[in-house]
Design a binder for this molecule. Structure first.
Ligand code: GLC
Ligand code: CA
Length: 577
């Protein structure tokens, strides 16, 4: 393994930006309306031009697609929608030929209910696979505890053949695996080795902090604390903090990860910073980084499901991100993300996607990429793609939105407009509309009928147009990605909050021997002015600013974002490419 001295003992990925592809919506090579591996392979030059060198792809395994591939029925097979194993091998070779690494999605908290293990497990209590899943008897005729599934309803479903319930933290088509069973763990390690031996370079581990389930003294899975009646209670906080998680991930590290040169990121709903530090400590932690959720919950009413909206404030975002920067400052490592396939588009959420789409998209990019950690870019983010304007539930595909819509209207007294409003703001389908490649039909995504509509507006938001425009969001992201390679302060510098009480400006420094970087982001659509006395040279801005004043008032334009270097001693060369 190549340890890189300049990055605090971390390997060379710490200077990389990771690009996430949602294959179903990326590029369709055969006109069936579904993005596929050949389509993805044909776009690798685009990713090279952007400058990313690690690509994470969402699941492409065999799956009934109840949750778009996060319900896997065969961990060693490619779903025919995406192509063949030969297509996969060709894609991996093409990535490696370009010096790119591939991260696969590892979904092992649960399988599909169509997986052969579950088919066998549910047939009889005596089946050898029965103990691959989590079962419990009814409690006085009811579900074994109060846990609710993330996609609605109880987390327990009755299985008539064995007269007991099985656990599923997501939909009832996604039964949870029993990680207390050593045979389950051995199967998971074997399938990880299968992909690593093919040359895969790492894993993004789906809800991996939920794999170990807490049990009380009598071996029962305990009730979760109730919040408010009628709200989801997926018990994520309770489960994410189960002590045995550390044992299982430690074992995975010894059995598998230590034997390969891999980069890993674990999805970690409900994780505390203390635990995240333990898990990602470069000295002995099992994982490289985690996706925490605090900052993407700030526009949700506390303790309620994501559909209960609340306006976001700069203050809440600053508190949340700064808290994580501080918590993992010396040990542990942050992932940095606003967008992924589960989140609405950040430019619509924290920017202004109507008047200031271009500028606020760049501002959010700089705000995030300026921090310490590994930035993730989700397909289309680098173009400033925004939320779809769903006006009819038939435009949506996601199990989470569909379940919510029907439940909200049929059981919780919401009307159609209220439910659609929440889906427009928070629905995962916003992230899953097809990638925009050019001005052709379906934005160049497919020659057929796309599995999800391409929103008709924004014809100029596309890869071809933006690559030809040096001022585009694309080129701004390209510069951000290049800077991380050349500017050590961006990788290593100590995070220090500036203007901690400003209502609209999110500003911080990255202190490093030789150079201090300053990041100033106006997060509102008005000019803001404040006193300033730190002369600095601008490295990158989303306006034509080149300097910060020595003395006096600094006026930032609406959504202006500036990365500047305050020179104290001779600095390493940190110019944008
Ligand atoms: C993760 C995935 C999400 C999926 C869920 C269940 O949160 O990112 O897309 O629905 O896990 O696997
Ligand atoms: Ca296709």
């Amino acid at each position: 393994m190549t340890r890189n001295a300049g990055t605090g003992g971390r390997r060379d990925w710490s200077r990389s930006v990771i690009y996430q592809v949602y294959p179903r919506s990326f590029s369709d090579s055969n006109g069936d309306g579904i993005g596929d591996l050949r389509g993805l392979t044909s776009r690798l030059d685009y990713l090279s031009a952007l400058g990313v060198d690690i690509v994470w792809i969402c699941p492409v395994y065999a799956s009934p697609n109840r949750d778009n591939g996060y319900d896997i029925s065969d961990y060693r097979a490619i779903h025919p929608d995406f192509g063949t194993m030969a297509d996969f091998d060709a894609m991996l070779a093409a990535m490696h030929a370009r010096g790119m690494r591939l991260m696969m999605d590892l979904v092992v908290n649960h399988t599909s209910d169509a997986h052969a293990w579950f088919e066998a497990a549910k047939s009889s209590r005596d089946d050898p696979h029965h103990d691959f899943y989590i079962w419990a008897d009814a409690a006085q005729g009811c579900a074994p505890n109060n846990w609710e599934a993330a996609f609605g309803g109880s987390a327990w479903t009755w299985n008539a053949a064995t007269r007991e319930y099985y656990l599923h933290l997501f939909s009832h088509h996604q039964p949870d695996l029993n990680w207390d069973n050593p045979r389950v763990r051995a199967e998971v390690y074997a399938l990880m080795r299968f992909w690593l031996d093919k040359g895969v370079d790492g894993f993004r581990m789906d809800v991996v902090t939920l794999i170990a389930k807490p049990r009380d003294a009598s071996g029962r899975l305990p009730d979760a604390p109730r919040t408010r009646a009628g709200d989801l209670q997926p018990a994520f906080d309770l489960v994410s903090n189960c002590p045995r998680l550390l044992d299982y991930l430690g074992e995975m590290k010894r059995e598998v990860l230590d034997h390969y040169d891999v980069v890993t990121v674990g999805e970690a709903p409900g994780i505390s910073p203390e635990r995240a530090r333990l898990l990602t400590d470069a000295r002995h932690g099992p994982l490289d980084m985690l996706f925490q959720f605090d900052h993407v919950d700030i526009d949700t009413q506390p303790g309620r499901s994501k559909w209960h909206l609340r306006a976001f404030s700069v203050d809440a975002l600053r508190d949340s991100l700064s808290h994580w920067q501080a918590a993992l400052a010396d040990h542990g490592w942050n992932s940095l993300y606003f967008n992924n396939h589960d989140q609405p588009r950040a430019v619509s959420r924290f920017g202004d996607d109507v008047r200031w789409r271009d500028r606020s998209a760049k501002m959010l990019g700089l705000l995030l990429h300026g921090m310490k950690g590994t930035p993730f870019v989700y397909q289309g983010e680098e173009l400033g793609m925004r939320n779809a304007q769903f006006s009819d539930i038939r435009q949506c595909r996601d199990v989470e939105s569909l379940n919510f819509y029907h439940d909200a209207i049929e059981r919780q007294g919401w009307n159609v407009q209220q439910a659609l409003h929440a889906i427009r703001a928070k629905g995962r389908d916003n992230a899953r509309t097809p990638m925009r490649w050019n001005c052709a039909a379906n934005a160049g995504f497919s020659a057929g009928v796309p599995w999800m509509e391409v929103p008709p507006d924004d014809p100029d938001v596309n890869a071809e147009t933006e690559m030809a425009d040096p001022d585009s969001v694309f080129h701004f992201y390209r510069r951000l990605i290049a800077l991380r390679r050349t500017c050590l302060a961006l990788v290593e510098g100590r995070y220090e909050l500036l203007l901690p009480d400003h209502p609209d400006v999110f500003a911080y420094a990255r202190r490093h021997a030789g150079a201090d970087l300053l990041v100033l982001c106006n997060m509102c659509g008005r000019e803001v002015a404040f006193a300033w006395s730190a002369p600095a040279v601008v490295l990158l801005a989303n306006t034509d600013r080149t300097r910060l004043p020595d003395q006096g008032d600094l006026v930032l334009e609406p959504y202006e974002a500036v990365l500047a270097v305050q020179v104290r001693e001779p600095v390493e060369r940190a110019a944008a490419a």
